[in-house]
Design a protein around this ligand. Sequence first.
Ligand SMILES: CC(C)(COP(=O)(O)OP(=O)(O)OC[C@H]1O[C@@H](n2cnc3c(N)ncnc32)[C@H](O[C@H]2O[C@H](COP(=O)(O)OP(=O)(O)OP(=O)(O)O)[C@@H](O)[C@H]2O)[C@@H]1O)[C@@H](O)C(=O)NCCC(=O)NCCS
Ligand SMILES: Nc1ncnc2[nH]cnc12
Length: 290
Amino acid sequence: MHALNLKAKPVSLADRLADLAVDALIDEADLSPKPALVDRRGNGAHTDLHLGLMHASALALWPAFKEMAEAALEFGEIGLPLREAIGRIGREGEQAMLATTHGVNTHRGAIWALGLLVTAAALETKSTSAGAVTLRAARLALLDDRHAPRPLSHGAQVAQRYGARGAREEAQLGFPSVVQRGLPQLKLSRATGHGEQNARLDALLAIMTDLADTCVLYRAGEPGLHAMQHGAQAVLDAGGSASLTGRRRLHELDQQLIALNASPGGAADLLAATLLLDRFERDGILQGAF
Ligand SMILES: CC(C)(COP(=O)(O)OP(=O)(O)OC[C@H]1O[C@@H](n2cnc3c(N)ncnc32)[C@H](O[C@H]2O[C@H](COP(=O)(O)OP(=O)(O)OP(=O)(O)O)[C@@H](O)[C@H]2O)[C@@H]1O)[C@@H](O)C(=O)NCCC(=O)NCCS
Ligand SMILES: Nc1ncnc2[nH]cnc12
């Protein structure tokens, strides 16, 4: 066999972006121990979710992420045609997710957040800093998709009841929980030598300190949100998940959120978004792609 045959075959840019998005979802699901979320230890506050389902759901979304990247390459600019194309693909992605999970909502928020980021990355492959990608994603999220149904979703109900900003606003503001909380904490904990898994846990906790997670609000109201935000801050104040005291606080937070049925699913999605943007910045999106 010729040595050249051993070379990895280049994949298309859309394939690569879909790979990176699915990797980020699987890395998020596997990260342990996450408070009250599905991870390698168990189902957290959930009765209808488990790790295998999270993996299957992530893999089922690969074609949707690929199609979104292809739509970005086809339209080539931010505008209503691209916004409505990815809205349609996102809704089809939700159907693929629900078919795979037999109706369980595993990744609705993640389709939205990572879908926008994949599209935004594909639009300008040389401008892949977190700031640049989230700015383009925000401009897309601000456009009104005329075909989007307006169901009284859990997020919409919580917005009415508490005036909370949800997934839509997080994207329209350029993902502040990711850019101002998750990514800086990820980099800080890495630089402090906390190890990759602890750095990712700390990034999740940093997101949780300030997020109006509509999953938590829907399931556990304002006491649940307060417990999530203050408990996450307490872990970071104790030295983060790499320290012994921080680990004890993390265990307490896990127990407390499970008792309240408060699953921070929105924060989990935004950790996946953090990991995706981190990959864009560290490896670039063109590596191995044509
Ligand atoms: C714009 C949409 C995201 C719709 O938003 P809306 O708020 O109206 O709808 P929800 O159905 O409530 O979904 C929002 C999901 O976003 C995540 N999330 C929550 N808070 C935030 C936040 N502050 N910032 C960012 N993201 C947030 C969260 O998703 C995760 O949790 C889900 C699991 O929750 P769980 O409570 O277990 O499950 P449920 O079934 O909801 O409740 P139970 O019955 O179990 O109690 C899981 O999905 C995680 O991903 C929220 O769920 C968007 O969906 C939309 O408009 N889509 C249309 C298609 C489109 O235009 N796409 C654009 C191209 S990408
Ligand atoms: N690991 C996880 N557990 C529960 N809900 C989630 N939504 C996204 N990721 C999740």
